[in-house]
Unconditional design. Structure first.
Length: 360
């Protein structure tokens, strides 16, 4: 099989690593904008809720047959251009032995929060042997997905550290920031360990067949730029550099990160994820048109009437035409009460709009 030439769009059925999503991430021409949704699996889908009946979240994440079925559900239903691996950002820390569970309606809860140097002993490095189920899940999935790319993911060190230090979801991240400033040496050691874990988790997914990876730094927007650059960016940079070795494109995403967008892109991303607070046009200007962009429909707009929603979808696709590559997505995850039929309609609309300048 030969590489597609950069100046032509390949025919529809290609290998996932030549798919629209990967081409857009690599700034290669595409005849239309690829689309997927963060949190497209689960939550809003009745078929997901049926499968999860009586099964704990982390058990579901570690059971390859369930992971495969749950990951495929939104691909079948919505016809999206990529699958997102059904897992959670806390799976790799659980895999190395941290006592953590995901409580319904709450999120990840850590039995013994991390506060001291001795706690680092509870966080060994991750090896592929810790996550053989993940390798198996990705292999099963990529066999089923055919030409549709699978996106692997991991949590970034800061977002993971926040769960470990706070012990669960946090509004203000106060204990995390107290550790960052109160004991910067321990903070850096914790983040360096988490960076190793995230990087190894991404590498396992790419080695087993994922065609792109996304690093979720969901809570980075709670940081000042100075804190981000000093205490966080070097660790995210290390994860993205390790991910680069796999050869698959890297998407870097956070929420409320308008002030950090350039730094997050320059940390080593191929694609910068843009939340809904910053327009794609502004994001493209801020990053000087050097990066592919992903986003950024406000997930709450999926509750608006179609006549109000459709022009917003079109506007975002058109703004994305100004970037060297655009992957349509929401500005954050699908909200649980979203009508899945609206998501399908958004996919169809995005896929109906040609991207100018593809030469085809
Ligand atoms: O029982 C359930 O169904 C629990 C809900 C749920 C689901 C479906 C959680 C708990 N995690 C997931 C899956 C998940 N998590 C995926 C794969 C599914 C998909 O995207 O379609 C992904 C990519 C994640 C990543 C994740 N988990 C992030 C980063 C993305 C983001 O939303 O910013 C974060 C912050 C988490 C932690 C987490 N896990 C679950 C919840 C409710 C939370 C957030 C809690 C909080 O507010 O802090």
């Amino acid at each position: 099989m030969s590489e597609p030439t950069p100046d032509s769009t390949p025919p529809a059925a290609v290998s996932p690593r030549e798919s629209l999503l990967v081409r857009a991430a690599r700034q290669l021409p595409v005849d239309r904008t690829p689309v997927w949704f963060m949190r497209q699996a689960g939550r809003s889908l009745p078929e997901y809720r049926a499968l999860r009946e009586g099964v704990e979240m982390l058990t579901a994440c570690r059971t390859p047959e369930l992971v495969t079925e749950i990951t495929l559900q939104p691909v079948r239903r919505h016809g999206v251009d990529a699958a997102i691996f059904f897992s959670d950002i806390v799976v790799p820390v659980q895999a190395v032995g941290v006592d953590i569970e995901i409580r319904p309606g709450v999120g990840p809860v850590v039995a013994e929060p991390f506060r001291t140097r001795a706690d680092l002993d509870r966080l060994p490095e991750l090896t592929p042997g810790h996550v053989t189920d993940v390798t198996e899940s990705v292999r099963l999935l990529t066999a089923e997905l055919g030409p549709t790319p699978l996106i692997g993911f991991a949590g970034a060190p800061f977002t993971l550290a926040s769960y470990l230090v706070e012990g669960g979801p946090s509004k203000n991240h106060e204990r995390t920031k107290a550790l960052m400033h109160g004991d910067p040496v321990l903070w850096h050691d914790l983040c360096a360990r988490l960076a190793q874990i995230s990087a190894a988790f991404l590498q396992v997914q790419a080695a087993a067949g994922a065609s792109a990876v996304q690093l979720f730094d969901s809570w980075a927007g709670f940081l000042s730029r100075a804190d981000y650059l000093r205490h966080v960016e070097p660790h995210s940079r290390a994860v993205l550099a390790a991910a680069a070795e796999t050869g698959v494109p890297r998407i870097h995403f956070g929420v409320g990160t308008g002030e950090l967008l350039v730094d997050m892109a320059e940390a080593g991303a191929d694609v910068i994820g843009v939340d809904y607070r910053v327009s794609l046009a502004d994001a493209i200007t801020r990053t000087r048109g050097r990066y592919a962009v992903q986003g950024n429909l406000d997930p709450a707009l999926l509750f608006a009437p179609w006549e109000a929603l459709a022009p917003q979808v079109r506007r975002i696709v058109e703004e994305g035409h100004g970037a060297p590559g655009h992957i349509f997505n929401l500005g954050h995850g699908v909200l649980p009460q979203t009508d899945p039929d609206v998501l399908t309609r958004v996919v169809q609309l995005v896929q109906s709009i040609p991207r100018p300048g593809a030469g085809g």
